[in-house]
Ligand binder design. Structure first.
Ligand code: ATP
Ligand code: MG
Length: 396
């Protein structure tokens, strides 16, 4: 079957009044972004509290649906056959052909639901329902009408053309990106942080990201892996601004001056400070990490408290209560897993202690950090100044 349009269904809760426009405009923007690299020409527009994607000429149906399924805020995607209005007798024939092609097995119950956006149409909605229903019953004796729980709800929308649809492909849910501000994701090359970014973005939050590398201890390939992960997150989150921070000198300084069992915690605190700097500069309202309680020594409740101690904006940790396997399941679903498991070194794994503290005391950590003062300020400044900015825009 050739579909000419997709009707985009979105959740209505909480989007009354002025918010509705913000929500719809953000959704239109995200749909356009998602389709920009798909083969075909697409016209995305709002009309009478609905969003339509008109497909002009040839396009790849599967690929289009795949991309639409990534747009947060969409509850359902309905592929529509547009029929020219050539009179009601012709419409009956066209609708019967639609049913014939869409449902090879005619042992089904159905209901016709007409809606007239064009009020001048000569028949009322009720008349359209009855007469089309009758035409279908006559054409396919195996079918029955069921107005309460039909197998097939056949929607017939009378506009300039007649829009016919009956399938709903489930969408990603959530809220359109851009309706809930921005947050700064600490994006490592691991499994957890891309999932964390995806989850916050799902609630309508735009994503910026920061990655800490430690050349020459970490390779260009490790950095490329993070750029690749940002690209995958960007399929859902829209364009991602990625800061790549050279963390080597800060790490070496911590390694030289501080107790080795506290290295990871102190390093994390500097990561948070730097991430927060960029977050505030760009108007991000929170930080996002892929931390999960107890996963490693630096993620015990005490370690999280010690890391959090330096943050003055909220830190969102959407996978905090998830087991690793639950995070892996989401990573597989969103397509980051294969990239995340590529074996490249991470700056955290290079300067790691054999026996890191698992119950750090915040006061003790603060005192250890004092050993860095006098020099760390300049290293921080250099790290901020020399950060590389990569605009990740891919939607493929
Ligand atoms: P993942 O790396 O995917 O988060 P992980 O289990 O390896 O999983 P950790 O290395 O303990 O997690 O890091 C905890 C969190 O700190 C990460 O989820 C990420 O948000 C942040 N983080 C760690 N290393 C880096 C890095 N090199 N650059 C940016 N953020 C990082
Ligand atoms: Mg990691």
């Amino acid at each position: 079957m050739r579909y000419h349009t997709f009707l985009i269904k979105y959740g209505e809760i909480g989007i009354k009044g002025k918010n509705r426009y913000l929500f719809e405009d953000a959704l239109v923007r995200q749909v356009r972004f998602a389709l920009k690299d798909v083969d075909g020409r697409f016209e995305v527009h709002k009309s009478q509290a609905r969003i339509y994607v008109d497909c002009e000429g040839d396009y790849d149906y599967e690929d289009t649906v795949e991309h639409l399924k990534r747009v947060f805020g969409i509850v359902g995607i309905c592929p529509v056959v547009r029929m020219e209005d050539r009179g009601f007798e012709q419409l009956k024939k066209d609708v019967v052909s639609y049913m014939d092609e869409a449902y090879p097995d005619k042992n089904l119950t159905f209901k016709v639901e007409a809606r007239r956006a064009r009020k001048s149409y000569p028949l009322t909605s009720m008349e359209i329902n009855c007469d089309l229903g009758e035409a279908i019953l006559n054409a396919f004796p195996g079918t029955k009408v069921d107005v309460h729980h039909p197998d097939v709800l056949l929607n017939v929308e009378v506009r300039n053309e007649i829009y016919v649809y009956s399938q709903i492909i489930p969408g990603a849910g959530g809220m359109p990106v851009g309706t809930n501000g921005k947050a700064m994701l600490l994006l490592s090359g691991g499994i957890d942080s891309p999932v964390a970014g995806y989850m916050i973005s799902k609630r309508g939050v735009g994503i910026e990201a920061v990655y800490f590398h430690a050349p020459p201890y970490t390779s260009e390939r490790a950095k490329q892996k993070v750029v690749d992960l940002a690209k995958i997150v960007s399929r859902y989150a829209g364009p991602v601004k990625l800061y790549v921070v050279n963390f080597t000198d800060i790490q070496l300084s911590i390694y030289d001056q501080c107790p080795h069992d506290e290295l990871t915690i102190i390093m994390r605190r500097y990561m948070m400070r730097i991430a927060e700097h960029f977050a505030k500069k760009d108007g991000c309202l929170g930080l996002i990490t892929g931390e999960s309680i107890g996963q490693v020594a630096s993620q015990t409740m005490q370690s999280l408290a010690a890391t959090n101690d330096v943050c003055t904006i909220p830190v969102y940790r959407p996978v905090i209560g998830f087991d690793k396997q639950e995070i892996v399941d989401i990573a597989e679903k969103i397509g980051t897993y294969e990239t995340s498991i590529q074996p490249f070194e991470d700056c955290c794994t290079i300067f790691v202690a054999k026996h890191p503290v698992t119950k750090p005391n915040v006061e003790v950590i603060r005192r250890s950090e004092e050993r860095l003062s006098g020099k760390i300020e300049e290293l921080m400044e250099t790290a901020l100044q020399t950060a590389e900015l990569i605009e990740v825009k891919q939607s493929v």
